[in-house]
Structure formats: C-alpha cells, structure tokens
Design a protein. Structure first.
Ligand code: GLN
Length: 342
C-alpha cells in the first residue's frame, strides 16, 4: 500500500466515524471544482502553486481535530503572519506604545497601499503591509538572528512544531519588495520606525516566507480561540490579555479590503495570505485553517472564503449571530450525535 492509499484509508475511516468529518468531506467536494481566481504570481515561486491544492482543517478549542484534503501541503504563510506578530509586539511593548506606532482603523484599500494617517503619521492597522512592517520593527531582540529566533519560536508555540523559512521565497520577496521598502522609508521619515530598515524588512520578508499547512493554520486559530493556549500542546502562545486586541483587528482588517463584507457575511476574526491560506477564529469554540492558492482580485483565497461562509451559515458561527442555529456544532461535538439527528 502506498502512503497515499494509507492516507485515503485513514480519512475514510475518520469519515465513517465522525459526522462532522462527513460534513467537511461534503464541503470539500462541493468546492473542489470551483476554479475561479488565480494563483499569486508577483514572484516566480508563488506562481508554481498547483491550483488544485485544497485543504480544510478545523480544530476545536479543546483540541479535537477534523481535516480533509491536502492538510499537510506546505505553503508560505505570507500576510497571515501579521496577526501573530502583532500579538508579539503587544507583549513586547504593551498596548499603549504599540498603538502610538500603529493604529487599528481599516483602510478600505489594498494591503500594499502607500498611505499613512495624515494627522498622526501612523500606518492604519497592523494587517496591511505598512502597519505590519511597523509592527515587525517593534519585535525585540539583539540583532537579526535573535529577532528571527523569537519570531520562529512564536510560530512554534502557536503550531506546536518547528517551522522553516522558504529561502527562495524570502530571497525573491527581498529582491523585488521595493514597494515595501518605500513604505518603510516613508515611515522612517515620520519617525514611525527605527532606522534599521533593511534588518526589519528582512525579518518581515522572512516571517512572510514561513512554511505552514492548513493544519497549522487551524491550530493557530484554535490557540486564539482558546485564549492564547495551544489546545494540542497546552503551551501558551499569547498573553490572554492581548487575544482580544489581535482578534479585533483580524475581524475589522484581516481580509484586506474585503474585511467589511467578510464581517457581514462570515463574522469571524480571520487573516488571509497570498500563499492561499486563511486562518479563522470562532472565539471560545474553534479555529479553521483553509488552503487553496486560487485568489480573488483582493488577494483572498476564493475557496477559503466559500468554506468559511458555509461553516458560518450552517452552524451559526457568525460572531453576532443571536438566532438559535439550525445546527449547534459544539453541542453536537460533545454529544457525538449523528449528522442525521440535526
Ligand atoms: N509578502 C507579501 C508582501 O509583503 C505579503 C502579501 C500578502 O500576503 N498580502 O507584499
């Protein structure tokens, strides 16, 4: 039996043993033929992504795991890193100081827009490139090696495993990232970042080039859903006092200039990246990780959006949903009822 056969056998055993896995399998089948959007191609390495790659993973805040598709296929985390780095900056400096360097207002503009708040000169929020570069600048550490080590350790705590950087992606980002360089120098001009620009940009490009899979993204989201403690390893990844800050900006700014519509239709704090990943948090309940590299014009994964929309609708997971959901996921997970009983 090949590895592939073993895997499909394992997932079919999972499928018969869990109605929620059946549900996810159906969702996977529903959207696997959706081929709208295109893979990112601003650097050659990302253009190599196979449009068929597709993974959905859900991890509950008490550590139950459900997955379907290519959940161990690695891709670069890209902008998803921004949410987690923001949390580390808050731990390093506290809320007041971080707020003095990065605001929390949605821009309604593309993630790489060159725009700062005219009155305060702050970048608008930590989820767009300007704000993320300012946040990365705040990461403490003695020199580039120690700062990178802290960043990698942060993601180790969130995912429960050691992660690696995709060096060709990092080098390409660094070689072509003139727009990010321009943003960084504009912020230096206004005293919003320190003058170690190249070091900070390297760290920013490195954090974007960390390799994760959809399983990792679900565990990271579940860690936030679980108050900052990784539900699989039990290790704390973020001070519980800052979880609210991180997931608030994810809700208002995490899906680029689609954030308003996302909040309206899905209502989950989430962050997407141009590698094709989405991480979405249902506070107190679960984390979702999706991977499909086909992106819409705003840079969000087309299939990932649809998956989250369906999960939100079918289980009443929208943050502001007050109607009794047709399917109460948590109750069902606890009781282990069959899908036919819903
Ligand atoms: N590395 C990309 C950039 O800085 C991140 C893009 C993204 O995921 N939106 O432009």
């Amino acid at each position: 039996m090949t590895d592939h056969d073993l895997k499909s056998l394992a997932s079919s055993i999972q499928a018969v043993s869990s109605p929620f896995r059946n549900y996810l399998n159906d969702l996977y089948e529903k959207y696997r033929s959706l081929d709208e959007g295109k893979v990112a191609d601003y650097i050659p390495e990302l253009a190599l992504a196979n449009p068929e790659w597709f993974g959905i993973c859900v991890v509950t805040s008490n550590g139950q795991l459900f997955e379907v598709g290519n959940c161990d296929r690695l891709f670069t985390i890209q902008s998803i890193s921004k949410a987690f780095i923001y949390g580390l900056a808050l731990e390093d400096w506290g809320r007041e100081y971080v707020n003095s360097k990065v605001s929390v207002e949605p821009t309604g503009e593309a993630f790489n827009s060159i725009v700062l708040d005219e009155k305060t000169n702050r970048p608008y929020n930590p989820m767009v490139n300007a704000g993320a570069i300012a946040t990365t600048d705040l990461i403490k550490g003695n020199g580039s090696t120690e700062r990178l080590k802290r960043v990698l350790d942060l993601f180790r705590r969130y995912t429960g495993r050691d992660l690696e950087i995709n060096v060709p992606v990092f080098l390409s980002e660094k070689a072509t990232g003139h727009r990010n360089r321009a943003i960084a120098y504009l912020m230096l001009n206004f005293g919003m970042v320190t003058d170690r620009i190249e070091e900070t940009l390297d760290l920013y490009f490195q954090q974007c080039s960390i390799m994760v899979n959809s399983h990792d993204l679900a565990v990271m989201a579940a860690t936030l859903a679980n108050g900052g403690v990784n539900p699989i390893t039990g290790e704390r990844a973020l001070d519980e006092h800052y979880v609210q800050d991180v997931i608030s900006v994810m809700l208002t700014c995490g899906m680029y200039d689609y954030s308003g519509e996302w909040t309206y239709k899905v209502g989950m704090p989430a962050k997407s990246g141009v590698g094709g990943g989405i991480t979405a948090v249902v506070p107190g309940k679960l984390g979702i990780g999706t991977f499909s590299p086909l992106l819409d014009v705003k840079g969000n994964s087309v299939r990932g959006i649809e998956i989250c929309k369906d999960l939100a609708k079918d289980f009443g997971l929208h943050l502001f949903n007050v109607a009794k959901p047709e399917r109460d996921l948590m109750e069902w997970l606890e009781r282990g009822e069959s899908v036919d009983d819903w």
